[in-house]
Design a protein around this ligand. Structure first.
Ligand SMILES: [Zn+2]
Ligand SMILES: [Zn+2]
Length: 248
């Protein structure tokens, strides 16, 4: 695990648990413990949403579906409060292969805004912005069987996941795809969009990807603000990058 004395507060920004994500292996508490032991200050839970690879009962009505979907965060949050570990809420929205990390809304907002369910990418942008949240396109250049083609939405996002540690970290089992991150970084630069970094971690095999800040973050809203205003580092768990995505 990388530690940087100038940016001592490392946050995982892209994490799944088996409570809500079908492809994940470990429970929220197992994931939070593993992240804390690895040296993170906090983590943002970003489960696959209603059209993504989730494992929440499809038959539930919207409010009940969201309540069950958010259980992983609720459990993790309690553990975090008891263990001095910051746990923030997010989710990963699936749009036919393109995916967006949504930060800055919560369970109550989702329940009150069922129109988010079938929102287009532009409507999603409007709704999430009205709520004070931000949208980051996840791994925009990843190639995989579930992604039919690369689709980009520079006008409907606030940022780009420049580093997805699952593409390059030695422990990820999928290393050797640094070019997907290089393309994402170049794309973000071209459109002057801020970059994020996360591990897209699905088990307690922690890669150490994330974003390192000079200060501890107070909330998911504070994270959204920090992306816009703070200096920070990006990491895939093996190397550091500055906020422009340049390898340090
Ligand atoms: Zn997944
Ligand atoms: Zn993910």
């Amino acid at each position: 695990m990388l530690q940087n004395s100038d940016y001592p507060y490392l946050y995982e920004t892209h994490l799944h648990t088996c409570t809500s994500s079908r492809c994940a292996k470990n429970t929220p508490i197992e994931m939070m413990k593993a992240c804390k032991e690895a040296g993170y200050t906090g983590a943002i839970i970003t489960e696959h949403n209603w059209y993504g690879n989730h494992c929440v009962d499809e038959e539930l009505a919207w409010a009940d579906w969201i309540t069950v979907f958010c259980k992983s965060y609720d459990e993790a949050k309690i553990w975090g409060e008891e263990n001095d570990f910051d746990v923030f809420f997010g989710y990963e929205a699936f749009y036919g292969g393109a995916e967006f990390l949504i930060y800055g809304v919560n369970k109550e907002w989702l329940i009150a805004h069922p129109e988010i369910k079938d929102a287009s990418t532009s409507e999603q942008y409007k709704l999430i912005h009205e709520a004070g949240g931000i949208i980051v396109q996840a791994h925009p250049f990843r190639e995989a069987s579930y992604i039919p083609e690369v689709r980009l939405f520079p006008e409907w996002v606030d940022g780009v996941e420049g580093i997805n540690a699952a593409h390059s970290n030695r422990k990820s089992g999928n290393a050797g795809h640094e070019q997907w991150d290089e393309k994402a970084i170049a794309y973000a630069k071209k459109h002057r969009l801020p970059m994020t970094a996360g591990s897209d971690v699905h088990s307690t095999n922690i890669f150490g990807g994330g974003m390192a800040f000079k200060r501890r973050l107070h909330s998911i809203q504070d994270f959204c603000k920090a992306i816009r205003e703070d200096d920070y580092l990006l990491t895939n768990g093996d190397d550091w990058f500055n906020k422009q995505g340049e390898n340090l």
